[in-house]
Design a protein around this ligand. Structure first.
Ligand code: C5P
Length: 219
């Protein structure tokens, strides 16, 4: 049982990676498994919150009692988030593609006998968490950042740039974070930093919800 009481709170969580189509059979994707977002959804539900989990394609079962919305692309994820009227807490755990193919081909692209290269034009995707942070009234906004270097500096810059209240930074690289059952996190907010040692994502999520609750009640 959770020692946090989030009964009556509306919590929206994005999870997993998005898929950006190239043509009807191909897409650009990333290594996000969705595990961290799903674990956060379970922990928030455990604390009594009403949870909406908006996720990219993945094979994970939704935690019991959680309202799940499946999407594919970043633009679909943006619309699903925008459709939620009330949110008290937003947790952006999704690995949203920064770019999408400008004009996906209507039919399967054929291999050219003539050319040895193929150029795709990419355009920027909307930044979902920044949009949420500009909402009035503003929900409490928690984001994630996967970095390969200068973890804390880059994460804090990202937190401020996107208007997040809290950022949870994890180191990625050899065997770390992506598709792993465990994770280590540095949690950064305006009032401090907290480091969580490597632990199972399910266990980590329960502690993270407790910390978020503490930070929220201080503000
Ligand atoms: O990709 P990046 O490291 O900038 O992601 C940081 C945070 O921003 C994450 O919480 C991620 O879910 C969110 N994000 C988003 N929309 C994007 C890109 C990232 O909500 N287009």
């Amino acid at each position: 049982r959770s020692c946090v009481d989030w009964r009556g709170k509306q919590v929206v969580i994005t999870a997993g990676g998005t898929r950006e189509p190239i043509d009807p059979v191909r897409f650009i994707a990333n290594r996000s498994s969705g595990k961290m977002g799903f674990a956060m959804a379970a922990a928030a539900r455990e604390a009594g919150a009403e949870v909406t989990l908006i996720c990219g394609p993945n094979g994970l079962p939704a935690p019991a009692g959680v309202h799940r919305v499946d999407v594919e692309t970043a633009v679909e994820m943006q619309s699903a988030v925008a459709a939620v009227e009330r949110m008290d807490v937003f947790i952006g755990a999704a690995a949203v593609a920064d770019y999408r193919v400008q004009t996906p081909a209507e039919h399967k692209l054929k291999k050219s006998a003539e050319f040895d290269s193929l150029t795709l034009t990419l355009v920027k995707n909307p930044d979902i968490i920044s949009e949420v942070a500009r909402r009035v009234p503003k929900p409490f906004v928690v984001g994630f950042a996967a970095e390969t270097e200068n973890l804390q500096t880059y994460a804090e810059q990202k937190r401020r740039a996107k208007g997040m209240d809290v950022i949870c930074a994890n180191a990625v690289g050899e065997g770390l974070a992506f598709d792993q059952p465990d994770n280590a996190l540095s949690v950064i907010w305006s009032g401090g930093v907290h480091h969580f040692e490597r632990a199972e994502k399910t266990q980590l999520s329960a502690h993270l919800i407790e910390l978020i609750d503490k930070i929220m009640s201080r503000e």
